[in-house]
Design a protein around this ligand. Sequence first.
Ligand SMILES: Nc1ncnc2c1ncn2[C@@H]1O[C@H](COP(=O)(O)OP(=O)(O)O)[C@@H](O)[C@H]1O
Ligand SMILES: [Mg+2]
Length: 356
Amino acid sequence: MSIYTKEHNAFKNFNIEGEVLNLAPYGEGHINSTFLVETTKKKYILQRINTIVFKKPENVMSNIILVTEFVRNKGTLTLTVIKTNDGESMLRTEDGCYRVYDFIDDSLTLQRAETREDFHNSGYSFGEFQNALSDFDASVLFETIERFHDTPNRYENFLTAVKNNKSGRLDTCREEVKFVTDRADTYGEIVNGLNEKTIPLRVTHNDTKLNNILMDPVTRKGKAVIDLDTVMPGSMLYDFGDSIRFGASTAAEDEKDLSKVHFDIELFKAYADGFCSAVKDSITSKERELLPYSAYLMTMECGMRFLADYIDGDTYFATKYPEHNLVRCRTQFALAYEMEQKMDEMKKIVDEIFLS
Ligand SMILES: Nc1ncnc2c1ncn2[C@@H]1O[C@H](COP(=O)(O)OP(=O)(O)O)[C@@H](O)[C@H]1O
Ligand SMILES: [Mg+2]
């Protein structure tokens, strides 16, 4: 027996074909524990779900089943949940919650875009995912992480952190705090639009990183969008904006040298081009208009969360040194500032994409 006895034992409870030949850790995911299992017949992915992040994994699985069944019926390649022998979508054991997917073979996972084309292709894939779900009733999904992108609520929490100054660090970040409070009237547009129904409620993927797309190893075009743990009701603008936030930056999220941190408008264009061509038939004019703003908003939201956590004393994000969250918020604010300067240029790019 291998060292992965627990995983072997868990796997035996699923409705699988063949006998297990090999079971080993797989991929570079940071949330769940992922294993590739090869049997005499097929390959599978076994995952132990991170139940610290996902407190109610049964709700996560319910969302995944609903979404994958819907997109599969549209002919889109997606994850296939393999049920347990009891017909359940996951297995609870003493050491955690397990689930099994069919392994999607002949695919490439990139950890980051190597070329502008890769980023364009990821935009197309996440746009395709949005488009396939455009007539899905997102209100049937669980909100597995409450108020995930409720920016006004994030801002309220930020103000509470400032008020309490738990870490006593407030004096070291007054300028950054002012950057956030100066923009207080810009945070509500998407949440208000959703509440007033001028922006449609849609399925949001909420983790639109490149390594959550399985790509064709030859064409490097997306084959399937995976990692559906954070699918929730929301706005397509959240996915678009967050992709730009981390994908159109010229530096890492925790780069200390701000002279290296820029918002790359060419990368914005590449992603927008891919995303928009996939959603052109389902996006509303209001959503279209707010695409550039969504990038700014997601960047500000992320920055204020880093800053709030710094002021709280690093209770949420893992940090490697005391100023880590402060460094992180600064990169976000540098990007948001450049986005503000380039807002008209971004709008022009989006308009041109839809004209062509
Ligand atoms: N069904 C699948 N077929 C092929 N590879 C997969 C499949 N599911 C996951 N993977 C691989 O495992 C990695 C981690 O899985 P993911 O669900 O993204 O976990 P995490 O939530 O930890 O990021 C992915 O980046 C991908 O390379
Ligand atoms: Mg992942």
